[in-house]
Ligand binder design. Structure first.
Ligand SMILES: [Zn+2]
Length: 165
């Protein structure tokens, strides 16, 4: 398992300078270090976690987002969602595993099961993301609207706005 926390820190209660930097630069937010340590503990009994590469963990009020390599998503979710279920139980919030891919793919899997359309906006030379959804889809959002938008900005480095129609 490769994570923004090194193998030494995974087994200790403090973070070394390099790992602390990952926290400061946003590769790990909130309880992200705890989430990674929980995954590390699970990896001792869950073989599918052995070779996964975790790029980033975003911990928000209603949502934990784990960004990993696209090819690792199934291994991270676990058989019948065993790993995400365990994290959901331990942290008491929605857990989304998203694979690194183009922004549309990442946003669609984050917002699932809500159906959205995704495009880009350009103004004053700045690029931002515009998500459009129908009002009837609001109830299908997997977490709080503001947390989902924050998470999208965290994984795309772009401002995000949502338009509900
Ligand atoms: Zn470390």
């Amino acid at each position: 398992m490769k994570t923004p926390i090194c193998s030494i820190c995974l087994q200790s209660d403090i973070l070394c300078a390099r790992c602390r930097k990952n926290v400061e630069t946003g590769r790990i937010s909130g309880l992200g270090a705890k989430v990674i340590k929980n995954l590390y503990a699970l990896s001792k009994t869950t073989r599918s976690l052995d070779n996964v590469v975790i790029e980033k963990v975003v911990d928000l009020d209603s949502l934990i987002l784990i960004l990993c390599q696209k090819t690792d998503v199934a291994n991270m979710v676990g058989r019948e969602g065993r790993i995400t279920k365990e994290l959901r139980k331990n942290f008491g919030k929605q857990v989304k595993i998203v694979g690194r891919e183009d922004y549309k793919g990442m946003i669609s899997s984050l917002m699932f099961p809500a159906r959205v359309s995704i495009g880009k906006l350009y103004s004053n030379g700045m690029e931002s993301i515009k998500i459009t959804m129908q009002k009837s889809q609001l109830k299908s959002l997997p977490a709080k609207q503001e947390d989902l938008l924050t998470a999208i900005t965290e994984i795309t480095n772009m401002k995000t706005e949502l338009s509900v129609q």
